[in-house]
Each structure stands twice: as C-alpha cells, then as structure tokens.
Write a protein that binds this ligand. Structure first.
Ligand SMILES: Cc1ncc(C[n+]2csc(CCOP(=O)(O)OP(=O)(O)O)c2C)c(N)n1
Ligand SMILES: [Mg+2]
Length: 379
C-alpha cells in the first residue's frame, strides 16, 4: 500500500497498478503490492531533469519521423507517442551489461541504449536493416514478426545462465519487449514456459497500449495480462505505463531479481497508443475521440513537468532549453534523412540467406526482369 493507503490510483484499472507519480504530478513515496514487494525510486535533482530530457527528446524524434513519413521520406513509421514513459523508464533501468530484444516501436529504449537515433530512420526508409551492432549496444535488431523476439530473448537468457554470466551486480539480465496483442501468439506463451521452468534471467516487458492494430484489449484477454504470469509460475506486476518512475523502479527490481537467480518477471505497462498503429493505419475507424481525449489527461510528459515545477527542480528556462535542444536534434536527423539514398526494391532479396539460395536468386531475376519491363514501358 502506498504510504499506508491504497496502491490503486484514482485513474487505475480494476485491480490497480504500481504508480509513483500521479497524472497531476504528485509523487508517491513508495508502493507495496499485495505480494509485499515495495517499490520506490531515489534520484538526484539532476537525474530527474535528465529523465525529463529523455522523454521530451524521444517524443520530438518521433514527431519528426511521423512528419518525414507524411512527406514521403520514410516508407512507414511506427510511432511511440504516449509510450515514452514506459520505454524511457525501463530502458534507463537496464544496466550496461543487460540485453534488450525490441519490437518495431522501441525508439525510446533504443535511445536510452546510446544508439544514434538516426538508425531507425534508415530502417523505416528501407535503405538498411537498422545499422546498429546488437552486441555492441546490447539491443537486438527491431523485430516485426509479432512475439518472435520473446523466444530469441529466452534462448539468449538460457545461454547467459549456461555461460555462468548471472549473479551479483555485474551479472547479466535480459529484457524482451512486446505488445498486448503479442500475448495471443504461441511464441510468447512458449517463451513464458521455457523462461519459467529454466528460471531464466528474463524480464518480459509488455506495453499494453490497449490495441493490436484495430483489436481492443477486450478481444485479447479475459483477465488482466499481468495475471497470466501466475499460470507460468513467476510473478506478474502491472505498472502505470505513463509513469516513468514506476517503469524505472519495477523494471530495475525485476532485472536485479533476474540477474540474481530469482527467475523471470512479467511487467504489464498499462499505457495507451496516442497515435495510429503505424502511418498506414487510420485509428478513427475503430476508436472514439473521447477515449483518446481521456488518455491525454494522463500524459507521461506533462505529469513529469508538473512534478519538476512543483518541486522547484526545474524552471521555464530549463524547459525551453530542453525543447530547443530536442528541436535541434530533430532538424539534424531530418537533414540526414534527406541526404539518404532512395530505397532500392531489388535489395529485398539481399540478406535472406547468408550464402544465397537458388529460389531467392530466381525470384530476384524475375523481379529484375519485371522492373526492366516496367521501366521500359514508361518511356
Ligand atoms: C506473426 C505476425 N502476425 C501478424 C502480424 C501483423 N501485425 C503487425 S503489428 C500487429 C499487432 C501487434 O499488436 P501489439 O502486440 O499490441 O503491439 P503494438 O503494435 O500495439 O505495439 C500485427 C497483428 C505480424 N507482424 N506478425
Ligand atoms: Mg498493442
């Protein structure tokens, strides 16, 4: 219970969630769950300000990418709008040696790993595979095949144990990101089984943004997603996914448990996808405006700004400077995107197999002939 009161915030779904910062920007000192686990955070003033900077920066990068897609410079974009706190909090909770397995939406986590934020722009333009080295940054490549990365992560985590790289503060833990919709995939349930029975150093971080494209949460599950973990024999915790402090506290605790041999945790970050599923989607066809409006009041950045202001940790000069720095970074990214080459459709046949394949080679030739005929007919 928070400060002797309920862990259930006024805006919490039935069953409650861990919240350390209310939508109004009020700090909750600590939260103790029904299982008796207490969560809290302790940051310096500077660390609080840096978290705010992260949140604003990743939202600004995302807005720039959305604009670039609309202007025909990116083929598609999967926006993180609304999910900044879930991503920045959990990303910053990782220790340097921890390994992450993302989906296609984790631009905020990517940023916290120290990867140049231009990388996903090249991927979504279609000119490369992302470009970062997963081993160097301990952040795997983006994964589009829903849920598959949870098995990759679990296999990797089993390897960490077999190699003896767990235990102590320098031990390694693994975090797999996935969405609410992914919980209906066989792979995710198989990953839960394997990670559970092998007591793997895993954190399953589910961003429940309420939709799998147009499918709402009530078509995904009859019980809250975090409660699924009980059936696999490990703890499940629901957090306010729009609260960067709760995301940090619970993820840090779960990763440390994992690295110390205490097995996996499922974290359900209860949040909302404020934008479209991707730039190819029109959410007005399946959800009503008042729902989106109600989530605006729970915005992860405005609550953090309200907190910093109330606590006199930051002033208007600081907020203005953060906005200006984010804008400069975004404009720099724009210039880099405009300087990128056009995507070459024929390149989709590259990198399918390391040593090629007769079938793919035949398909490449067929496509090249088609392109040549197409280009010929245009003249
Ligand atoms: C195996 C598989 N099936 C279907 C798709 C098509 N698809 C792309 S995103 C998506 C919905 C995913 O929803 P969720 O897991 O909630 O993640 P979100 O996009 O909301 O972050 C689907 C069905 C896919 N990429 N892979
Ligand atoms: Mg979803």
């Amino acid at each position: 219970m928070a400060n002797g009161e309920s862990e259930v915030g006024a805006d919490a779904p039935a069953g409650g969630f861990v919240q350390l910062l209310t939508p109004e920007g009020e700090r909750v000192d600590s939260v103790t769950t029904a299982e008796g686990v207490t969560y809290s955070v302790s940051f310096t003033d500077e660390e609080y300000r840096e978290l705010y900077r992260d949140l604003v920066t990743v939202r600004r990068l995302d807005a720039e990418a959305t604009a670039l897609q609309r202007q025909g410079e990116l083929g598609i974009w999967a926006s993180l709008l609304g999910q900044e706190a879930a991503q920045v909090g959990s990303g910053r909770a990782m220790r340097k040696q921890d390994m992450a397995f993302p989906t296609y939406r984790e631009h905020g986590v990517l940023y916290t790993r120290g990867i140049d934020p231009i990388m996903p722009f090249g991927l979504f333009r279609g000119v490369d595979q992302g470009g970062w080295d997963p081993n160097e940054y301990k952040f795997n490549t983006y994964t589009i095949v829903i849920g598959s990365q949870t098995l990759h992560a679990t296999g990797y985590a089993m390897g960490v144990t077999m190699d003896g790289r767990t235990g102590g503060p320098d031990g390694e833990a693994v975090i797999a990101y996935f969405g609410d919709g992914a919980t209906s995939q066989g792979e995710v349930n198989e990953a839960f089984v394997w990670a559970g029975v092998f007591n793997s150093p895993m954190v399953f971080f589910c961003q429940n943004n309420q939709y799998a494209i147009s499918e709402p949460l009530e078509r995904q599950t009859r019980i809250p997603l975090y409660r699924r973990a009980a059936g696999f024999g490990f703890p499940g915790v629901r957090i306010d996914g729009n609260d960067v402090l709760a995301s940090y506290a619970v993820t840090r605790s779960a990763l440390d448990n994992a690295r110390n041999g205490n097995g996996p945790t499922l974290i359900e970050a209860y949040t909302y996808r404020m934008g479209a599923h991707t730039s190819s989607d029109d959410p007005t066809r399946y959800r009503i405006a008042s729902e989106v409006e109600s989530w605006k009041a729970k915005d992860p950045i405005s609550r953090f700004k309200a907190f910093l202001t109330k606590q006199q940790l930051a002033d208007d000069d600081f907020f203005g400077q953060v906005d200006e720095d984010a804008r400069t970074l975004a404009l720099n990214l724009r210039e880099q995107v405009l300087a990128m080459p056009d995507p070459q459709p024929i390149s989709i046949f590259d990198n399918v197999y390391p040593n090629g394949s007769p079938l793919v080679d035949a398909q490449r030739k067929q496509f090249a002939d088609y392109q040549a005929a197409f280009e010929g007919s245009a003249h």
